[in-house]
Structures are given as C-alpha cells and as structure tokens.
Ligand binder design. Structure first.
Ligand code: URP
Ligand code: ZN
Ligand code: ZN
Length: 473
C-alpha cells in the first residue's frame, strides 16, 4: 500500500489556511489534521514553511491541435508535463468536431491522448455543426464523461454556429445537464475588417487585434447572456479579455442568469502594444490581448467573484519553427508563427501558458495583494473543478479526494522563462520575470511527479476523467 504523510505545512483551501498534516493512502487523501501520528511504512514529507494546496485545475487547454497547416507544439505528454511542473495536475482539452457521429471524434482524441497523458484529464466537445445526429449524440457524450460543449460566434465557415443553432443547442445541452461554453466574438465584423486590412496592405501582427475589436466580444457576450436568460440554460464565457465582458457577466448574474466566466493570464498581463514588437506574433491569440483598462477590470472581476476561474487557453506554437529546440534530449522543430511572417491571418492563433499559470498568478495575484491565497486556490483549482463536474475528487484537500497535492514554497525566487517552464516551445511570454513563490513538489494521486526542477512522471500515467455534470456557481 502506497502511504504518504505530508507534515507541518500550511494547508490552503478555498476556505481556509491552517497548519495541518495530510495523510494519503493509495492515491486518496485519508486524513487531514494537526499532528497526525506517523504511520508505519509511510513516506514522510516535511512541509514546514511551505504551503500545501490542491493541484491546479486548468479547464481550457488545447493539446496537439491542428491549425493553419501545422499543429500546436505541445502534445498530450509535453503539455501535461509542463502543466505538472507548474503545479497543475488536471487539465481539460477540447475535441474538435471533425466527423460524425460525435463519439467518433471522442474516440479519435482518446487515441491521440491516452497513451501520452501525464496528468489527469478530461475533454470538452466543440460543436461547430448542429444536425439531428448531433442532437441524438449529446447524451452519449455525457455517458462518456463529456459534460460540456464549446460553441463559437466567430471563425465563420469553420467553427461558428448560427445564433439560432447556439440557442437550440444550449437548450438541448441543458436538458442533459451539460454546460455550454461560449467563444464570444463577432465573426461577421472580423471577416469584414480582415478583408479591408489585407486590401489596404496591412499584414503586421497588430492588425490581428485591430480586426477583432473588443466591442465584438462585448456584444457577443451579451448575446450569449440573452440566450442563457431566454433558454434558462447555463453558459460559461471562455477567455474573457475585455472590461465590457466583465460588465456583461456582472449584469447577467445580477439578473439571475446562470452565467459564469473565466479569464486567462495573457489578458491580465499583456496589451496590444506587445503585438507591435518585432516578435509580436508570440502574443497572437484569439481573442487578442487588449488594453490596461481591460486588465484592471478583469483583475477586479476576479477579486470580486464576478469571474469564477482562471484558465490558460494553452495552445503554443514555435515562434520560429524552422529552428530546432532540444526536448528531452531530442531535437524537434514544428512549423509555427513564422507561417504568418507576410500575413497576420496566417499566424497560428495561440500561446503557451499551462505551466506558467500558477507561478505567475501567485506572484502577481497573491504577491501583489490582488487575491488572497484562498481566492487563488478557489479560482485556479476548486471552482474550475466544481463547474466542470470534478469536485470533490479534484480541487479539494478533503478525505476521499484524489491526493493531487502541490507543495508550494512561498519564498522561492525564480528568474522565469523558457528554460524553466516545461512547455515544448521556443519562447515564453514571461521571459526574465522575477517570480516569488514556486512549486517544490507535485503529487498526482499520491505519487511524486515533480520536485525542484526534476520530472518523475512519464507518458500514460494520467487518467481520463469521466466528469459528472458540474455546478452552476
Ligand atoms: O488563440 C487561441 N486561443 N487558439 C485556440 C482556439 C480558441 O478559440 O480557444
Ligand atoms: Zn475560443
Ligand atoms: Zn481555446
């Protein structure tokens, strides 16, 4: 029997911060309390001076995602390893709807992920086409533990659904207690502005932001809120990036609409000015990074509880995919952002972040008194687990929960960057940042998978999580 006793740490949960010991047996937390007696054969970890938190839960990642003739550079091994090295032990990835029936897509994604997974993981299903077969397939998804779907009001002729289809789908999904997630931008206006920009010879990365205006996100978020209000179906707003979206979410929630939302670190730390740099393509993601005004409102939304989760939308591409990097001793190169050197519309959308999330958010959020340690745990682990049907197996440190535990050194000082983060990319958005607070040890179901820069995991150790229906917070 695998036994572990973590002693004398300060245990942080969404509710409290107290000194306690945690006893783990066979991957589950069995006891938590002061001065637990030492059990024979137990591995004892002295966590004095450390914080002990539930492993991070990142509910928005894209791994091994084909895009623009290439593929995102982290697969289900490398991306999950990077997650773990940053303290995240559960991720939820998105399954594209490439074929019919829906379960065939799920099977295809399991084939990509299962043998590689390095932390525990679940799937959301993108719905980019709605027909009678899809309607019939939705309850089968629930049986497979996929209890959330993502829809888009942008990416015309590719991923976007008509408004009426989104409304209809939300109603059907809610009948099966599934949560609809909304990518809120205005696809028609984006297409028009992109055509005009290209016509005028504007090819630089900044035009990615200029052709995807914040008002499109605000308007589409309110549209989503109206769908939720009129259908009674819950809605989760993904990658919130503008002040106006926070206002829309606040308005919807104040009207009793079952709506929730997430933001991502890139929207809290970077602005459009990054896109004007020579290496601006590194910051290209959809929706784009915005302004300092938006950042302030997003932080406020997190602190005030208007926004329920911080995820990453992790979807990295090499900045220069013509050059090799060494990953686990082997050279690798994957076409990336250079594909759009002559045309911003060809730059693969997305950036790295799954491993950065906890260290960067701790330094900037807790370190700068924007969030309490309890809020930090709530936003990065507990609430995401609750919303997406994983709680209390994940996101909690209580008897019966999986022993996904992070031992966090609040005093660790780290000069952060690509050589520290575990992502399989050639750059990091936080290069040179001085971080204070970093994971020392990470346990997945009671097994140590990371300690002080060393990775102990391997492909295939992650378990697929059949999720239940989540809570509406
Ligand atoms: O740029 C991004 N975020 N790429 C991933 C796709 C999406 O819409 O989340
Ligand atoms: Zn999206
Ligand atoms: Zn995404």
């Amino acid at each position: 029997m695998n036994k572990l006793l973590i002693r004398s740490g300060t245990v942080i949960t969404s509710q409290s911060m107290v000194q306690a010991d945690i006893y783990v047996e066979d991957g589950k937390i069995r006891g938590i309390g002061q001065d637990l007696s030492i059990v024979e054969d137990a591995q004892v970890v002295d966590a004095a001076g450390m914080y002990v938190m539930p492993g991070g839960v990142d509910v928005h990642v894209h791994l091994d995602l084909p895009m623009f003739g290439t593929v995102s550079s982290d697969d289900h091994y490398t991306g999950m390893k990077a997650a773990a090295m940053g303290g995240t032990t559960t991720v939820i990835d998105f399954v594209p709807q490439d074929q019919s029936p829906l379960l065939a897509n799920l099977e295809a994604w399991h084939a990509r992920a299962d043998s590689k997974a390095a932390v525990d993981y679940g799937f959301h299903m993108n719905i980019s086409k709605l027909d009678a077969q899809v309607e019939a397939d939705l309850p089968l998804l629930v049986q497979e533990g996929v209890t959330s779907i993502k829809v888009f009001t942008a990416y015309n002729n590719r991923l976007r659904l008509a408004d009426g289809d989104i409304f209809r789908l939300m109603r059907i999904a809610s009948k099966y207690q599934m949560l609809t997630m909304l990518h809120a931008e205005n696809g028609d206006i984006i297409d028009l502005l992109v055509a005009e920009a290209l016509q005028a010879g504007h090819t630089e990365p900044i035009w990615h932001a200029r052709t995807r205006p914040a008002w499109g996100a605000v308007e589409a978020a309110l549209r989503g809120a109206a769908f939720a209000a009129q259908s009674g179906a819950p809605l989760y707003l993904v990658h919130m990036n503008t002040a106006g979206e926070v206002d829309m979410l606040q308005y919807a929630r104040s009207c009793g609409v079952p709506m929730m939302g997430e933001t991502c670190p890139q929207y809290l730390f970077f602005t459009e000015t990054e896109l004007m740099r020579e290496d601006g393509a590194k910051w290209i993601c959809s929706p784009p990074v915005r302004t300092e005004f938006d950042q302030i409102r997003l932080w406020q939304g997190l602190a005030d509880g208007i926004i329920q989760a911080v995820s990453t939308d992790h979807c990295p591409f090499f900045f220069d995919g013509t050059k090799e990097v060494i990953y686990e001793g082997t050279p690798i190169k994957i076409p990336g952002k250079e594909l759009g050197r002559q045309d911003f519309t060809r730059i693969p959308n997305g950036l790295p972040g799954v491993g950065d999330r906890l260290p960067v958010m701790w330094t900037e959020g807790v370190g700068n008194n924007r969030l309490t340690p309890q809020q930090f745990v709530n936003l990065h682990s507990t609430q995401p687990a609750r919303i997406f049907g994983l709680y209390p197996r994940k996101g909690a440190l209580i008897p019966g929960s999986d022993a996904d535990i992070v031992i966090w050194d609040p005093k660790a000082r780290v000069k952060y960057g690509v050589s520290v983060a575990g992502h399989r990319t050639d750059y990091n958005l936080y290069e040179g940042w001085n971080l204070c607070g970093f994971p020392r040890m990470v346990f997945l179901r009671g097994k140590k998978i990371y300690q002080d820069g060393t990775w102990f995991g391997k492909p295939g150790i992650g378990t697929y999580l059949k999720r239940s229906s989540g809570e509406i917070l």
